[in-house]
Design a protein around this ligand. Structure first.
Ligand SMILES: [Fe+2]
Ligand SMILES: [Fe+2]
Length: 469
């Protein structure tokens, strides 16, 4: 989520400032610090800095991943033109540059001198921070972050780290819950609520890292990862409908525990490839009721969880299972969970089917919207996730390959894609993001269009930040 200062009003002048900054760097590099052209570009830069500083006491520009960023917001478009400087700043171990009010011309000159130095020269001189201090730079501050840390407490890299941590914690919780249920012990409700609240705060801050990681996960630990995915996919739906606070937490817990009844089944039945025997089939169909009983007997867990467990296979047209004695449609939360459940089941590799491509999943789910699944909720679901959700590997019409990192609210088939392999099949040295909504100049044609999604295989070398925990 953006904060006020990184809203679109400030974004344009910041982008202009960054452009001026690196243009001045180029001029001073080409002509030297005392050349008239350098002086002129420094004057322009100073004016820009003063005008932006009038509303911002501190301007922090940094590097997040491979992008130039203002505070915690990556400036994707601009970064495309600044690849060289981004690489150079990283070599100089500069991750963050803060401009405080009142920068003087001589400070800017020193700043340009430093960023024009080679990495070796900077290293020999004791690093950028030391250089800046020895040159008396007071209003321009370089900082480098400690290993394992990131641009800011709320920065993108931290979100990735938190997402990984969240996933691990939830998987451990589900393993423990499985034992608890099998040993007739109580489910640790407090922990369930705590973990769901962590997931929610992670999603509210920046939902993509969790979506990407859950989409790229390995498919081995079927029930646990499935439960986690259903929780994430239900929470993003609920949040998009404006549900907040404790209601959102209750919904998350209900989604996480929706298959509790499966935790008592033996893994052999769940993973069985052959046709199920009538007895085994009956036991699987028993899981909504078994789960409801377990959850209803857990006094610390809101009864919504028991209801959702009971209803999540009943369906919008109420033709699913189990049969009920009461009429009417299932609860809306149960129907959100049903969509998440159906979606994850098709996307994941199961004992009895391979994983399905997201565009095919979209087709399959749209077919049952209005019968098995709630039509408006399905529409909302794809509005939030897109046809190619974050974490999908896609091939574009110029043959380049990339990873979807953000859905588009304007067009469910035109997300933002981080390019990993160029049209010639070569790995992109520094991956960058393209927005598929972007059109060619002067013609009404999109620059890139997704041709198809691809399965993630070992042949595709994903950047570290996308590796599953
Ligand atoms: Fe289920
Ligand atoms: Fe399920």
């Amino acid at each position: 989520m953006m904060n006020d200062s990184s809203s679109s009003e400030i974004r344009v002048p910041i982008e202009e400032l960054v452009k001026e900054l690196f243009a001045a760097r180029q001029v001073s590099k080409n002509y030297g610090p005392s050349h008239e052209l350098t002086k002129e570009s420094i004057k322009k830069l100073l004016l820009k800095l003063e005008s932006v500083s009038s509303s911002q006491p501190e301007i922090t520009i940094g590097i997040i991943g491979n992008e130039i960023a203002f505070e915690k917001e990556p400036l994707y478009e601009l970064s495309k033109y600044l690849r060289d400087i981004i690489v150079h700043l990283k070599e100089l171990k500069i991750e963050r540059i803060s401009f405080l009010r009142g920068t003087k011309e001589r400070e800017l000159l020193s700043f340009l001198d430093i960023i024009n130095m080679s990495a070796e020269a900077v290293e020999k001189s004791g690093g950028v921070k030391h250089l800046a201090e020895s040159l008396g730079m007071e209003t321009i501050v370089f900082s480098r972050l400690a290993a394992g840390s990131s641009m800011s407490a709320e920065g993108e890299t931290d979100s990735n780290f938190l997402a990984r941590q969240n996933i691990q914690e939830v998987i451990q919780f589900l393993e423990k819950t499985s034992d608890d249920i099998q040993q007739n012990r109580r489910i640790d409700a407090q922990l369930a609520y705590l973990l769901i609240n962590r997931i929610i705060s992670n999603l509210l801050q920046n939902k993509e890292p969790l979506l990407i990681l859950s989409s790229l996960k390995s498919h081995d630990e079927y029930t646990f990862l499935h439960s986690l995915n259903v929780a994430i996919l239900t929470l993003v739906q609920a949040e998009s409908l404006g549900i907040q606070g404790t209601h959102l937490t209750e919904i998350g817990v209900a989604a996480l525990l929706h298959d509790s009844g499966k935790l008592v089944l033996s893994g052999d039945i769940i993973r069985k490839k052959e046709k199920l025997l009538p007895d085994e089939f009956g036991r699987i169909r028993q899981h909504p009721l078994d789960g409801a009983k377990i959850l209803f007997d857990s006094p610390e867990i809101n009864p919504l969880s028991a209801l959702v467990s009971f209803e999540h296979h009943i369906g919008y047209n109420a033709e699913g299972y189990p049969q009920r004695l009461y009429c009417g449609k299932p609860n809306l939360v149960s129907m959100m969970v049903s969509i998440a459940d159906y979606y994850d089941a098709l996307r994941s590799k199961r004992a009895y089917h391979d994983e399905m491509a997201p565009e095919k999943v979209y087709e399959e789910i749209t077919k049952v919207a209005g019968s098995q699944l709630h039509p408006e909720l399905v529409e909302n679901f794809f509005g939030v996730l897109g046809v190619y959700p974050p974490g999908t590997l896609v091939e574009l019409d110029d043959k380049s390959v990339g990873l979807v990192i953000k859905e588009s609210v304007l067009d469910i088939r035109r997300p933002q894609v981080e390019l990993l392999y160029a049209a010639d099949g070569q790995k992109v040295k520094i991956p960058y993001v393209v927005n598929l909504l972007e059109k060619e100049k002067d013609i009404d044609r999109y620059k890139w269009t997704i041709v198809k999604s691809l399965a993630v295989t070992e042949k595709i070398d994903l950047p570290d930040k996308y590796h599953s925990p």
